[in-house]
Write a protein that binds this ligand. Structure first.
Ligand SMILES: [Zn+2]
Length: 254
């Protein structure tokens, strides 16, 4: 029982104001950030970390993406989560567990395709997503997650399968969670949106748009500590330079 490896899936590119990434810095500067769901292959089945943006927007952009259309730099059929999985011979029904880092719109767009999977989400995030605080309300698109899916609401850290565990990292959103993956040759800490860019760590600048800044900072410390303790590497998938540093599926990280 072990983890075999993982794939970084190409979920397209969004563009946003840099100040959303770096706290009170970079207003008016735009930044392109990739969307990267991660597929983990284990002896106990496939685990998918986040489902990307909603591909239905390619057909009905107004109803699906609404004002979010302005955020798209690059998204084609190829970036549809189902097509990304297909690249490595996997279909949504093969995915045993989906872990949503949180319920923001760029992480839940493909949730409805996983009606055979168990979807793991913190109870605090699930509750909040239905009635978000007004200042973050537009980041939650209810039509993306409000389906009769097999949501399993968890509270706190949680072992998904042997070698893959969820660790809570609130701040970006109330119930944000990250994923620690013990690969054969390394420990990968998939931070989700707890860290937006390498710059947050390298220059010690907090992320720009947290729901709670103090909690976001605590979570960054927590994840860095996990990396130190477990000799792990932090994968910052929204980092603008992510694809310069890492390879897309079908490359298999072990
Ligand atoms: Zn995000």
């Amino acid at each position: 029982m072990a983890v075999k490896g993982m794939y970084f899936l190409d979920g397209g590119v969004l563009t946003l104001d840099k100040s959303l990434v770096t706290y009170k810095q970079g207003f008016g500067e735009s930044l392109d950030i990739p969307v990267v769901p991660v597929l983990i292959d284990t002896d106990d089945g496939y685990v998918l970390f986040d489902t990307g943006v909603d591909p239905e927007g390619l057909i009905n952009p107004d109803e699906t993406w609404g004002e979010k259309q302005a955020a798209f730099r690059h998204f084609t059929e190829e970036n549809d989560i189902r097509n990304q999985l297909q690249k490595v011979g996997v279909s949504p029904k093969d995915v045993k567990y989906v872990v949503n880092s949180h319920f923001h719109w760029d992480h839940t767009g493909g949730n409805r395709f996983f009606d055979q999977s168990t979807i793991l989400i913190q109870k605090s995030e699930y509750r909040f997503a239905y009635y978000p605080d007004w200042f973050v309300e537009n980041i939650y698109l209810k039509h993306q997650f409000d389906y009769p899916l097999n949501y399993k609401l968890i509270e706190g850290d949680y072992e998904v399968v042997e070698g893959v565990y969820i660790t809570t990292s609130p701040g970006h959103s109330p119930g944000h969670q990250s994923l620690v993956v013990h690969l054969p040759n390394q420990c990968a800490v998939l931070v989700g949106d707890a860290v937006y860019a390498k710059e947050n760590l390298e220059k010690n600048i907090p992320p720009g748009n947290p729901w709670s800044l103090p909690r976001a900072i605590e979570s960054i410390n927590k994840l860095q500590n996990i990396a130190i303790r477990e000799n792990g590497h932090l994968y910052i998938t929204h980092d603008p330079y992510f694809w310069e540093d890492y390879k897309r599926a079908p490359y298999f990280y072990k």
